[in-house]
Design a protein around this ligand. Structure first.
Ligand code: GRF
Length: 212
C-alpha cells in the first residue's frame, strides 16, 4: 500500500475525486496519508477533515524564499513516509529539491492537452481563456509526472473534451474537470500505486495487470 500526499492550495475538487476514488474502490493500492496545503484557508482542508485524513499547512509567506519553502514541504512529506505526491491545484512551483526528492513520483493534473496551452503562466482560468481565444475545438486534461520543466514531465494519461459554442472560461473549466480531470487523475494514481507505470525518458508505459 503506497502512501499518497495530495498538495493543494484551493477548492480541492481533484482532492475530492481522489477521496471518492478510494471509497469507490478505484484506488486500491494507495491511501491518502496527508493533505498538504500552502494556504491555511483552502477549502480542501475541510474536505480532508471530513474524510478523516491528516492535513498540514506549509505557508509560503512563512519562509524567506522558494528554497526554504520547498525544504519545509519536503521535510513534511518525509515525516509521513510519502511514496507519491499529487499536485492537485497546488499553486506554487517548488525548487529542484522537490523533484530530486521524488523522481517520477510526483503527478500533476493540467487542464489542457499538453504540449498545448501549458508551461509558465498557464494555470487556472488563463488556460481556458487561451483555449477559447485560439479557437481550438478540442481541449482536455493531462496527468503527467513532474520534472524540473513546468508541465514538461512524461505524460501518463490524457482525455479530450469538446469546446462548445457559447463556452466561457468558467464553463469550459468545469466541463474539463468533470469529464477529464476527475477521471484520469484517480486512474493515474492507481496505476502508479499498483506499480504499473514505467517511465522511459519521455514515454510512460502502462504495464499489464499482474494476473496472479
Ligand atoms: C484544476 O483545474 C487543475 O487542473 C489545476 O488546478 C485546478 C485545481 O482545482 N492544476 P481544484 O482545487 O482541484 O478544485
Amino acid at each position: 500500500m503506497k502512501n499518497i500526499a495530495v498538495l493543494v492550495s484551493g477548492g480541492g475538487t481533484n482532492l475530492q475525486a481522489l477521496i471518492d476514488a478510494v471509497s469507490a474502490g478505484v484506488i486500491t493500492h494507495g491511501r491518502i496519508a496527508l493533505v498538504l496545503s500552502s494556504n491555511p484557508d483552502a477549502f480542501a482542508l475541510q474536505r480532508a477533515e471530513r474524510a478523516g485524513i491528516e492535513s498540514a499547512v506549509v505557508c509560503h509567506t512563512d519562509f524567506f524564499d522558494r528554497g526554504d519553502f520547498t525544504h519545509a514541504v519536503v521535510e513534511k512529506l518525509r515525516e509521513y513516509d510519502i511514496d507519491l505526491c499529487v499536485l492537485a491545484g497546488f499553486m506554487y512551483i517548488l525548487s529542484p529539491e522537490f523533484t530530486k526528492a521524488f523522481p517520477n513520483a510526483i503527478i500533476n493534473i493540467h487542464p489542457a492537452l499538453i504540449p498545448s496551452f501549458c508551461g509558465d503562466g498557464f494555470y487556472g482560468l488563463r488556460v481556458h481563456r487561451a483555449v477559447l481565444e485560439r479557437g481550438v475545438k478540442l481541449t482536455g486534461a493531462t496527468a503527467h509526472f513532474v520534472n524540473e520543466i513546468t508541465d514538461g514531465g512524461p505524460i501518463i494519461m490524457q482525455k479530450s473534451v469538446a469546446v462548445e459554442e457559447g463556452d466561457t472560461p468558467e464553463l469550459l473549466q468545469r466541463r474539463v474537470m468533470e469529464q477529464a480531470e476527475w477521471d484520469i487523475l484517480p486512474r493515474s494514481v492507481e496505476l502508479f500505486c499498483a506499480g504499473r507505470l514505467a517511465a522511459d525518458g519521455n514515454i510512460v508505459h502502462i504495464l499489464p495487470e499482474d494476473k496472479k
